[in-house]
Design a protein around this ligand. Structure first.
Ligand SMILES: *[C@@H]1O[C@H](CO)[C@@H](O)[C@H](O)[C@H]1NC(C)=O
Ligand SMILES: *[C@@H]1O[C@H](CO)[C@@H](O)[C@H](O)[C@H]1NC(C)=O
Ligand SMILES: *[C@@H]1O[C@H](CO)[C@@H](O)[C@H](O)[C@H]1NC(C)=O
Ligand SMILES: *[C@@H]1O[C@H](CO)[C@@H](O)[C@H](O)[C@H]1NC(C)=O
Length: 446
């Protein structure tokens, strides 16, 4: 039995050019994956409907973005269950969904069905699954187009296959057109170590050298046949930077019994903000330059543990919470922090129902190899992500233009003091695509 080895990694920054596909129409694309999943009956009455669609977005692209968001929160919940409350979490669920959508191209039977369900692709109101790749391409076009030269959001995909095997040409073609993932043949059989270094170097290059040695030594062996890599890198400058002079050493309360010292940044500006008193959370959204990508912080009230916020509301309420934010003058204190996370996805996804893909006995991926053999399975899936936040929102004075209201003139300002664990989300705000999701429980951890 051949072993399919698959992993991805992320970071914060940006971007692939999919220019051709961005102007393509469905009929221009020969999307014929090996197997197609047919939804039994697209559910007409979803709980979180109706939401006005931003125009001019294809409604299916909008639904895909929502599906990815639902998966993101479900995975976050799964992660939170597996970690103690004082541990940071950071990941890019979008990158994970993308990598598995690439896998879906070759999947059949139960394996295909489980991918459709776990990643919530089956909530898209389209009878068949083949169009998802087209919508993914359109979503990517929207996310990765540049609005501001200082904001980088870059995603890169690649397949590394063993050179002794023939991969199905249709699979390669679709994967290249839609995901920009070209296949690079490597010699896993006789020199897995050299192949590992080649892959690590590629990842490092695509992430501005911020992520190195992703595959530990011994991670690949002579049974490896295919490695799927997806990277996402984001780097943004704040639209309203935090003045350096305002930096102050301050306590961060990890829990009732423990605090640590952080560098607290401070500014007073108009931000999208809401104090949801009944929900016991404050929400703050800080835009990066270009305005389309933002960071949302969900801060529970003092004495209201973050894990209760996750449990109570995240899945169902987050979207409505975000919609309730309004432009507000607010005094913001947020620590400088850096979170780094890496974990195996395999057990988390298995717990969520993606079981067949990881099993030598039940995996069905006949679309990937030229001979259509059903002998592949995914042995591992790794995820890595990284985020660094500091006051350097911007290098120029342009960003200060919005700070129109002087300190002393704000009479009814709100206070947002992030001195206890909070959730952090980096999103594309017009589509509400969740690019990164995490929790900063202990900013002193590293
Ligand atoms: C490659 O996959 C396509 C479906 O995606 C299938 O129609 C074709 O027969 C496969 N090619 C070979 C040589 O098996
Ligand atoms: C899986 O799908 C293939 C078509 O690619 C089909 O021939 C086979 O019978 C299916 N196996 C099961 C167990 O359904
Ligand atoms: C794949 O793409 C190449 C180049 O675009 C084309 O020549 C070839 O016919 C395609 N193969 C399949 C199976 O679609
Ligand atoms: C990545 O590789 C390209 C092509 O070799 C090179 O031009 C670029 O500088 C590299 N980027 C980094 C961050 O090393």
């Amino acid at each position: 039995m051949a072993k399919l080895f698959c992993f991805w990694k992320n970071l914060c920054f940006c971007c692939a050019q999919l220019l051709d596909i961005c102007s393509a129409r469905p009929k221009d694309l020969a999307l014929e994956p090996r197997c197609v999943y047919r939804s039994p009956d697209p559910d007409p009455d979803e709980a979180d409907e109706p939401t006005p669609e931003p125009r001019p977005v294809n409604p299916r692209v909008w639904e895909l973005s929502k599906a990815n968001g639902r998966f993101a929160l479900a995975l976050y919940k799964q992660m939170a269950l597996s970690r103690t409350p004082d541990t940071n979490i950071f990941m890019s669920p979008l990158s994970i969904s993308t990598a598995f959508a690439m896998t879906k191209l070759g999947a059949c039977n139960q394996t295909l069905e489980q991918i459709m369900k776990v990643f919530q692709f089956d909530t898209i109101k389209e009878k068949t699954s083949d169009m998802i790749h087209f919508f993914f391409a359109k979503l990517n076009c929207r996310l990765y187009r540049k609005k501001d030269k200082t904001t980088l959001l870059v995603s890169a995909n690649r397949l590394f296959g063993d050179k002794s095997l023939s991969f199905n040409e249709t699979y390669q073609n679709i994967s290249e057109t839609v995901y920009g993932a070209t296949l690079l043949p490597l010699n896993f059989k006789t020199n897995p170590e050299a192949a590992r270094i080649t892959i690590n170097d590629w990842i490092s290059n695509k992430t501005e050298n911020r992520i190195q040695d992703t595959l530990p030594s011994g991670a690949l062996d002579s049974n490896t046949v295919l490695v799927l890599v997806n990277t996402i890198y984001f780097k943004g400058l704040w639209k309203n930077k935090f003045p350096k002079d305002n930096l102050m050493a301050s306590d961060f309360f990890v829990d009732e019994s423990r605090s640590c010292e952080v560098n607290m940044m401070y500014q007073e500006t108009k931000f999208n903000y809401r104090d949801l008193r009944e929900e016991k959370v404050q929400l703050l959204e800080m835009p990066y330059r270009g305005d389309d990508i933002t960071m949302v912080i969900v801060l529970p009230n003092k004495g209201h543990p973050l894990r209760q916020v996750g449990r109570a509301g995240m899945n169902n309420k987050l979207k409505s919470w975000l919609d309730q934010m309004r432009d507000t003058s607010v005094s913001v204190s947020v620590p400088r922090f850096r979170v780094e996370d890496s974990f195996s996805l395999k057990d988390k996804l298995q717990q969520m129902g993606l079981t067949d893909l990881f099993s030598a006995d039940t995996a069905s991926l006949p679309g990937i190899l030229e001979d259509g053999s059903d002998s592949l399975f995914i042995s591992e899936a790794y995820h890595k992500a990284f985020l660094e936040v500091n006051e350097e929102g911007s290098e120029a004075a342009a960003s200060t233009a919005v700070v129109a209201v002087g300190r002393s003139l704000i009479l009814d300002r709100e206070y947002f003091l992030a001195d206890r664990p909070f959730l952090v989300i980096i999103r594309e705000s017009t589509l509400n695509t969740l690019l990164f999701v995490g929790r900063v429980a202990d900013p002193c951890q590293q």
